[in-house]
Ligand binder design. Sequence first.
Ligand SMILES: Cc1cc2nc3c(=O)[nH]c(=O)nc-3n(C[C@H](O)[C@H](O)[C@H](O)COP(=O)(O)OP(=O)(O)OC[C@H]3O[C@@H](n4cnc5c(N)ncnc54)[C@H](O)[C@@H]3O)c2cc1C
Length: 424
Amino acid sequence: MGKSDSGDNNDHNGDSNIIRVCEKGMYVDVWGGKLWIDVLSATLEYGLAPMSWTDYLYLSVGGTLSNAGISGQTFNHGPQITNVYELDVVTGKGELVTCSEDRNSELFHSVLGGLGQFGIITRARIALEPAPHRVCVRWIRVLYSNFARFCKDQEYLISLHGKAARERFDYVEGFVIVDEGLINNWRSSFFAASNPVKITSLNADGGVLYCLEITKNYDQGNADSVDEEIQALLKKLNFIPTSVFTTDLPYVDFLDRVHKAELKLKSKGLWDVPHPWLNLFVPKSRIEDFDKGVFKGILGNKTSGPILIYPMNKNKWDHRSSVVTPEEDVFYLVAFLRSALDTETLEYLTNQNRQILRFCHDSEIKVKQYLPHYTTQQEWMDHFGDKWTQFNARKMQFDPRRILGTGQQIFQFHPSLTPNKDDM
Ligand SMILES: Cc1cc2nc3c(=O)[nH]c(=O)nc-3n(C[C@H](O)[C@H](O)[C@H](O)COP(=O)(O)OP(=O)(O)OC[C@H]3O[C@@H](n4cnc5c(N)ncnc54)[C@H](O)[C@@H]3O)c2cc1C
């Protein structure tokens, strides 16, 4: 872990090991290549922590800010790109620029969610909140056999954003269960091997179950009052009454939960395998059509990995950033996080991803890809839609020779394109 210190220090001397925590300003300055797990360790030393996370913390700050950085806290705090005060960026023109809402704001908004197209983030100033030293997490999973009820409850829970902490959960996610093997194995410490979940015994609607996953942070000294708060919130939900699974764990262990799964999978040689992932933002108005066509249709009963589903509030996203989301106040992330252990499965899952995208296109479900993959500029133009003209203009402004992020295949490197004299 890097050094950290307190005080409002603006000395960005390029030492990539330094993580500077400013207690007074409630922010941390970190090098773009730092992993979120290191940011967490450093800020916790001051009883502080970032507010918005990804499910997995062994990702770099620059990498997630180039996409959005989402998890179960997004409904309340917005994605990670909503929680950044300032950046240092080396643009495609080779200039080192400090930018924020008020200073070089066009570059600031371009780079956030900008897929690495406009510059390299070398430093980020990230907002912090108090993280009590003895904080624990009550992690709860409840099951639904009815999709409409599941969505109604998820949407209700995210509508509580901005309420006092005792009146809402801290994290809201969920996942789709089409095969029992998965629910009883994946992150399996939750559902006891002696008491496995049986889809058939729960009257699953169309053979599919939905699991709502919620958490509440609490101080070890306040375990009683958290019980009451949780009961009051659960009472408003419509899940299968016998399906409440609960576990308590330290705050850091919860945030770092996927790393445990990683270590387990690594030990079995199941981590470094192809992952034909597909992440979609689906507008709320069409999520039931998506369920019928995809979860109860195209998927069949073997998924090869977790399928996450949780809603987010659009008003927590800054429309000036480069990321694109559906045009509705609430939209869902549906993440097909699947692994292929052999080439046959890889082909099968890749084909299924194509089928899902085709189904959305044919049914006019206006999904947007998160962590997008396209191979032609026309597809990218369709992806950005109304934002394309601005995205293209920003590229011309900050990386006129198109030297950055060529792997995304959005723009082609153009050796003969020399920067405009005015751009220098
Ligand atoms: C196991 C796993 C779990 C994940 N879970 C989540 C999740 O819960 N939520 C979520 O939102 N995302 C998640 N992601 C996706 C993740 O946000 C992106 O893959 C992100 O790019 C990862 O950062 P990285 O450090 O691996 O970046 P890299 O893979 O190194 O880079 C990816 C992209 O980011 C750009 N980039 C990287 N660093 C910088 C920088 N300093 N400045 C500018 N551009 C840069 C690169 O140009 C490239 O386009 C997950 C990914 C993995 C592998």
